[in-house]
Every structure is written in structure tokens, then in C-alpha cells.
Design a protein. Structure first.
Length: 148
């Protein structure tokens, strides 16, 4: 049975895609949950409109991510933490603390899961952190750790 997906279904397709599935999967899961509609002539035209809307939304999201990446690339974020005499921190700087500092100092809200810290930040000084903003858009943020 050919159906048109009304929302993204993992392992099957994205919104607006026309996919062929078994009758049972369509009748028992996709149609009752509102995830798909039966592919008819009029519905195929509607699916094309859904795909265009999805493409426009993805393009706008990517452009917004590129704008944020350019802002973050030139930013240096300061984080303070308790440290000993030799410059070693009592603990480490986490991605949640980095996200909170970026939001406070630049106004850019990031999810802590999008911040990639290669090795734990346990010393005072300048460190670089990779931030994933979109599927293929990343930026490197400079973190300046100071002893408090």
C-alpha cells in the first residue's frame, strides 16, 4: 500500500514522502496514529506541498545555524571555577556550564548535548570546544577558564 507520511517516521521516511508499506503496517499503525494518509491523486499533490515546506524549513534552519556559527566563531567565553595553586580545577568544566556561560555572555541558547568537549577541562587557561549547530554546521568556541 502506498501512503504519504504526515510526519517523520524513523526508519521509514520524512514528512511528505510517498512510501510503500505493507497493508497491516499502514492499517494498524500509521493510519490510526495519524502518521500517514493513503496516497491518492489529490494527496500526492498535497505531499509535494509538504516536501516543499519541509525543504524551505530546513533551508531556513541551516541559514540560521550558519549565522550563529559566525557569531560563535569569533566569541571567547569566560568561565570561572575553583582552582588550586598549580592551576588545576577542583573538578572539571562540563558542557552544561559551557552552555550556560555562552547563553549568559552571547545570548545564544544551546543544548548541552550539542557541545562536544574532547577531554575534560581541568586546568585554568584557554580551551577550544566544538559546537554542533546543525547536521553539517559546526563551530569552535574558545573557552577561557579562570580561577575564582
Amino acid at each position: 500500500m502506498n501512503v504519504i507520511l504526515r510526519s517523520d517516521v524513523k526508519g521509514l521516511g520524512k514528512r511528505g514522502d510517498v512510501v510503500s508499506v505493507t497493508n497491516g503496517h499502514a492499517r494498524n499503525f500509521l493510519l490510526p496514529h495519524g502518521l500517514a494518509i493513503v496516497a491518492s491523486q489529490g494527496a500526492v499533490a498535497q505531499a509535494a506541498a509538504m516536501r516543499r515546506a519541509r525543504d524551505n524549513k530546513e533551508r531556513a534552519s541551516r541559514e540560521a545555524a550558519l549565522a550563529v556559527a559566525s557569531r560563535l566563531g569569533s566569541a571567547t567565553v569566560s568561565v570561572s571555577a575553583k582552582a588550586g595553586n598549580e592551576g588545576r580545577l577542583f573538578g572539571s568544566i562540563t558542557s552544561a556550564e559551557v552552555a550556560k556561560a555562552i547563553a549568559a555572555q552571547t545570548g545564544i541558547e544551546l543544548d548541552k548535548r550539542d557541545i562536544g568537549i574532547d577531554s575534560p577541562i581541568r586546568t585554568v587557561g584557554r580551551h577550544s570546544v566544538l559546537v554542533k549547530l546543525y547536521h553539517d554546521v559546526t563551530s569552535t568556541v574558545s573557552i577561557d577558564v579562570a580561577a575564582s
